[in-house]
Structure formats: structure tokens, C-alpha cells
Design a protein around this ligand. Structure first.
Ligand code: ATP
Length: 252
């Protein structure tokens, strides 16, 4: 597949819309009068991982905010599993199967690990015991920290707690914003391993990352966003090849 910015908009990934977990079409959004996304097209097929790369300020988080219902687009469409969800409230996005794990903000810092799990249990309407079982099976380390305030967890442990929400909700789509931010390489490798497992379980994952190399390894597709537009979309190897060394260096 040749990776030409003109041809390889996400729409050309080849995903049948009937099986797409998340689609955005001609999406425009911004803050106040400042437009940040200038007509973005992106398709995330079910059960796949799409790595969204791009320099600081490109609009990646803004796109995630539109995909999770936090930010209402000014025009264009967001579809979750084929449903048009532009005008619905963020909790309806969650009910439609979207789980957003925002950069470093997915937990209540002043609650203990167990109390956070209890919140997830209420939010997902899943018995607390089952939530604990799922979280601790995946992250045994959290079990030892049950009574500890989330604020005092290490960065990696906090990210694990934050990602535990995904097992509770069993979402169709996960939006992960820079899960590796500030973490040690071993922890990052562990989290990426988990991303692979979640995708194998059928969860579609949109992964915004600064660690381009790692993200490209775990992804089925990759896209590069620059200045509010998708520049390139395609197979991760091909996208990597088409990124200049300097540009990839910017994001490594
Ligand atoms: P980074 O990799 O640095 O997190 P990004 O690609 O995720 O960047 P965004 O966070 O989406 O980029 O930001 C895109 C642009 O929108 C930036 O110019 C940013 O300053 C601006 N922006 C983001 N959030 C807001 C906000 N709440 N109000 C006003 N401007 C914002």
C-alpha cells in the first residue's frame, strides 16, 4: 500500500462502516472561535488498534474529546458502532461503549484504590467483587495497594488503576491518551502488552502516543495528525517509513 497523504485518509483504511467501532467524518471542532480540527476523517475498525501520532498541539486530544463526547464538534459526524452520536451527552457515549482513559486523569486521587474500584463498579453497574477480581487478576500489584490513596501510587500503578475501568465497562472502544507519559520503560511495556490483550478481546483502541516506536509496534493501523488534519494513514510499518527521521524523532 503506498502512503500518499491525498489517498490515505482514514476512510481508505478499507474498513466496512458496518464493522467500524468508531468513525469520524469531516470533523471540525475547536475552542471558542479557534478551529483546531479542520475536517478530520478517521475509521477505527472493531478489535483493532490505531496509533494516532503527531506533534504537540496537532489536535490529537481534541479529536479524542470529540470521540468521547466531551467536546461537541462544530460540524461533521461522530459514529460509534454506526450510531450517529454528535448531539448526545458524554454519558450516552459511555453507554454506547466508549471508555476514555485521559492522560493522567482517570482516577480520583483522594480516594483509595478500592474506593476508586467501587466508583467504577457504580458507574458500570457491575458488582464490586467482580470489579476487584477483574482488576486484581490483570494487575496483582493493585491488590497490595487496596487501601492506599490513588494520589500516592506510582505513575504506573495509577495508570493501571485508570485502565482497570476498561475491564469493568467491557467497552467497544477505548480512547487512550498518552498512557506512557512519564513512566519507566518496563511499566510502559507492561501497559502496551495490556493494550494488545484488550484488542485481542475485541476492543477497538485509539491510542494517542508520543512514543511513536512503541505505539507503531502494537498498532494495526497508524495515522499522523498535523495542524488539525490527518496527514497519513496506513499500515504502521509504511507510515513509519514515510515519516522522516527527524519527524519521528520529534515524537519518540
Ligand atoms: P499534545 O501532544 O501536546 O497533547 P495534541 O495533539 O493532543 O497535543 P490538543 O491538546 O488537541 O493537541 O491541542 C490542539 C490545540 O488546541 C492546541 O493549540 C491547544 O493549545 C488548543 N487547545 C487545547 N485545549 C484547549 C482548550 N480547552 N481551550 C483552548 N484551546 C485549547
Amino acid at each position: 500500500m503506498s502512503v500518499s497523504p491525498a489517498e490515505l485518509q482514514a476512510l481508505d483504511i478499507g474498513a466496512d462502516p458496518a464493522i467500524a467501532a468508531l468513525e469520524v467524518y469531516h470533523l471540525r471542532a475547536g475552542y471558542g472561535r479557534v478551529e483546531v480540527l479542520h475536517g478530520v476523517n478517521l475509521v477505527l475498525p472493531r478489535g483493532s488498534v490505531l496509533a494516532l501520532l503527531g506533534p504537540n498541539g496537532a489536535g490529537k486530544t481534541t479529536l479524542l474529546n470529540c470521540a468521547s463526547g466531551i467536546l461537541r464538534p462544530t460540524s461533521g459526524c461522530v459514529h460509534i458502532a454506526g450510531l450517529h452520536v454528535n448531539d448526545v451527552a458524554p454519558d450516552a457515549f459511555a453507554r454506547a461503549g466508549v471508555c476514555s482513559i485521559p492522560e493522567g486523569r482517570g482516577v480520583f486521587p483522594n480516594l483509595t484504590v478500592n474506593e476508586n474500584l467501587r466508583v467504577f463498579s457504580h458507574a458500570g453497574n457491575i458488582p464490586y467483587g467482580l470489579v476487584q477480581e477483574r482488576a486484581f487478576t490483570r494487575f496483582p500489584r493493585l491488590k497490595d495497594r487496596g487501601g492506599q490513596m490513588a494520589a500516592t501510587l506510582s505513575g504506573g500503578e495509577r495508570q493501571m488503576l485508570s485502565m482497570s475501568r476498561a475491564f469493568v465497562a467491557e467497552p467497544a472502544v477505548m480512547l487512550l491518551d498518552e498512557i506512557s507519559m512519564g513512566l519507566a520503560p518496563l511499566i510502559v511495556a507492561e501497559l502496551y502488552d495490556l493494550v494488545g490483550q484488550l484488542a485481542a478481546d475485541g476492543i477497538a483502541i485509539l491510542l494517542v502516543e508520543q512514543f511513536a516506536t512503541l505505539a507503531l509496534k502494537v498498532a494495526d493501523y497508524a495515522a499522523v495528525m498535523r495542524q488539525g488534519r490527518i496527514d497519513i494513514v496506513g499500515d504502521p510499518d509504511e507510515v513509519a517509513d514515510h515519516l522522516s527521521g527527524a519527524y519521528l524523532g520529534e515524537m519518540r
